[in-house]
Design a protein around this ligand. Structure first.
Ligand code: HEM
Length: 439
């Protein structure tokens, strides 16, 4: 058990987590206990077999960590459900981000990337995080609400209110919500104002979707949710629908943008990888690009930890017996840096995944088991299309710049200087367009 005072451990866990974890793992091994404000006494694991046990235990015995992201998205968000309700909600949401639907979203992703990069400056260093954020926000809005970007004022309104909400929300994500009478005098007031605006706009979009005679043919997420609810009688209440749409919009873009910014940060410093990627692209291939995406997700764990709360009387984890109400953290970043699984873990080496797909529990970028990320395939497809579109149009300059440090925004870890690169436009190339396929 880590023995420093609770507050000190809290600061280490919240702000200096990576360094603290390295120290604690060295001292206590890959399972130990910390005691931190908000989460209390918590067991931290980074051993693959123990991580698997946590991820695959039923959501009745291990519920989602308290507090969790439904703090922000509302009680109707999948993040707040456990047990059968959680299973049913996942069954409803998952198809929208798989199979044929992914093919349908490919054009949106490519269009948004081409539009965003049209005016990228040449010979001048710039941050990629913000352009990537604009691409991923536009993509997720169009994927969910299904409108051509020029046609819909409501999407413009959402585009304006979501970035400031995300900025504040990430900081507040795991802070317990105060009683309603104090909300007026706290940052929650701003979150409540945002929420009212979001619901007003989304109500209009839902009404319009219900009235759309072409709803049956639409391929967006909202249409798919409305249709499946009507078909099998599991229609969501309007409140749940708004909570869930907010969940998907927010969970579905900043994390992906952070991974893309990290990808550019890594490519700038790895000329051999970049050259192989460009060579493969020009030949019409995509396997090494996939491997590169998996390696970026390993080496730059954007989401570095997941958590659960024990609700069974006890939960047996390896040789540990953990009592009810304790928190259990799985440290994704430390699984990804385990030298027994990934030799020379600090090295950025996509060839690790050249012939093998990364597998849970050693590689857990999207979590695993009962709460595995619903958007995982969608995200990999999106990163793939954005990267190939950028590399087709621009040559990225490489140099020996120092690695960017990681900065923790509250949910996601981003490159501290925004993933800076300098580019030059490539001369026209023969068009060879690989299609979007699930990972
Ligand atoms: C690089 C991008 C992303 C990363 C790194 C990421 C990571 C994760 C992780 C680690 C979890 C598991 C949380 C847990 O076990 O408690 C998760 C869950 C989830 N993700 Fe993602 N995610 C990404 C993109 C997306 C996208 C694009 C969407 C939606 C379109 C999405 C929607 C969700 C949802 C709804 C859950 C909750 C699942 C549940 O509680 O059953 N994520 N994500």
């Amino acid at each position: 058990m880590v023995r420093t005072p609770r507050l000190v451990q809290g600061v280490q866990f919240a702000i200096f987590r990576r360094r603290a974890m390295h120290k604690w793992i060295e001292r206590h091994g890959r399972i130990f206990e910390i005691n931190v404000p908000i989460f209390g006494r918590s067991v931290v694991v980074s051993d693959p077999a123990l991580a698997k046990s946590v991820c695959t235990t039923s959501t009745e015995q291990l519920v989602n960590i308290q507090p969790n992201l439904n703090n922000l998205f509302g009680p109707g968000s999948v993040f707040g459900f456990d047990g059968p309700r959680h299973r049913d909600r996942r069954r409803l949401l998952t198809p929208a981000f798989h199979g044929q639907n992914l093919e349908n979203y490919a054009k949106i992703i490519e269009d948004e990337t081409v539009r965003e990069i049209a005016n990228w400056p040449e010979d001048k260093e710039f941050r990629t995080l913000e352009p990537m954020n604009r691409i991923t926000l536009n993509v997720i809005l169009r994927t969910i609400f299904g409108s051509a970007r020029t046609e819909c004022n409501e999407l413009d309104e959402l585009r304006a209110i979501i970035p400031p909400f995300m900025k504040l929300a990430q900081v507040m994500a795991f802070v317990p919500a105060p009683p309603s009478w104090t909300r007026r005098y706290s940052p929650w007031r701003k979150l409540d104002q945002f929420r009212n605006a979001f619901d007003r706009i989304v109500d209009t979009l839902i009404d319009r979707a219900y009235a759309d005679p072409g709803l049956g043919e639409r391929s967006d997420v909202l249409a798919s949710l409305l249709r499946s609810g009507c078909e099998d009688g599991t229609e969501m209440s309007r409140r749940d629908l708004c909570d869930e749409l907010l969940t998907l919009v927010c969970a579905g873009h900043e994390t992906t943008a952070a991974v893309l910014a990290w990808a550019f940060e890594r490519l700038r410093r790895n000329p051999d990888v970049l050259a192989e990627l460009v060579g493969e692209l020009d030949e019409g291939g995509s396997d090494f690009r996939r491997a590169t995406i998996f390696e970026v997700l390993r080496v730059c764990s954007v989401v570095d930890v997941i958590g659960r709360r024990v609700t069974a009387p006890t939960f047996d984890l390896g040789t540990w017996r953990i009592p009810r109400d304790r928190t259990v953290f799985v440290r994704i970043a430390d699984l990804h840096e385990n030298p027994e699984v990934f030799p020379h873990p600090q090295r950025f080496d996509p060839s690790r995944f050249r012939d093998t797909k990364p597998a849970a529990p050693a590689w857990l970028a999207f979590g695993g088991g009962t709460r595995r990320c619903i958007g995982a395939d969608f995200t990999v497809a999106e990163i793939d299309i954005v990267l190939r579109t950028v590399l087709r149009n621009f040559a990225i300059r490489t140099d020996g710049a120092a690695d960017e440090k990681s900065y923790f925004r509250g949910v996601a870890h981003i490159p501290k200087r925004g993933g800076r690169i300098a580019v030059n436009r490539r001369s026209q190339l023969t068009e060879k367009r690989p299609s979007c396929r699930p990972s």
